[in-house]
Design a protein around this ligand. Sequence first.
Ligand SMILES: C[S@@+](CC[C@H](N)C(=O)[O-])C[C@H]1O[C@@H](n2cnc3c(N)ncnc32)[C@H](O)[C@@H]1O
Ligand code: SF4
Length: 259
Amino acid sequence: MDNQDGNRHLKPSRRGFITNLIPSRKGFIANYPNFQHWKKISFEARPDNEPINIYLHIPFCIQRCAYCYYRTTPLKGKKQSGLTDNYVKALCSEIEMASTFFNLKNRPVISVYFGGGTPTILNGEQFVRITECLKEHLNFDHPEFTVEGEPITLTQQKADILKLHGVNRISLGVQSFHSDILKLAKRLDAEDQVLKAIDIAKTTRSVINIDLLSGLAGETDQSWAYTIERALNADVESITIYKMELYANTVYYREVRMY
Ligand SMILES: C[S@@+](CC[C@H](N)C(=O)[O-])C[C@H]1O[C@@H](n2cnc3c(N)ncnc32)[C@H](O)[C@@H]1O
Ligand code: SF4
């Protein structure tokens, strides 16, 4: 057997699991066009009115989900305020330095994306500090302003703060509406909390996206159909469906290797 990742001679074990798979990102398209086709243009050569898109990574979550390979630090059981406060402080310095170094002050910012991790884990004061810093050092031009979040972290109070400070798109990581499957994935949400978070997000009148993840442990045709039905009934503007990717830094990977 062969595949795009160069994994030749994959052998299914007696129990049907492939045991000699070497995880690789070869063949995986993370961005298009690929880096090697990017043209090097110096920042000085760019017109200083060219629009820019800003991505901010918030590398914290409450827990590490069993399938997740993203760069994040689980805060459950840790004293979180020191860690996140230090990060917010460092992020604000980076924004200021980047604005000066790359001469970004006049370029219109047309989109802002707080991704994670779980940006909604920040408290209101931390979120406002970052947003104020962006507005001070960059030129907001009515950007599409997205914040990603885990349902359990989105309270009404936080949603009101997001709205007040210009967020107009909220992307919730739902993954599944099936509480048993969420539990197996080591997530803390259950279906009722997910539905509540969607209702809270809607009060902001933002565009709402929900992420679903197909291929979670325990999934059956019936549980997936249940999730899809609930997602359609949720009446949100967009649904993104991810297909499970198995990476070596996940609990799922360690569990599969045990067979
Ligand atoms: C950075 S996460 C942010 C969402 C938010 N932290 C949450 O989980 O509620 C973005 C999305 O990546 C997807 N994702 C995470 N691990 C994945 C994996 N192993 N394979 C495919 N998609 C994955 C999930 O659907 C998740 O909602
Ligand atoms: S899926 Fe979301 S909440 Fe879970 S560990 Fe990954 S980033 Fe954090």
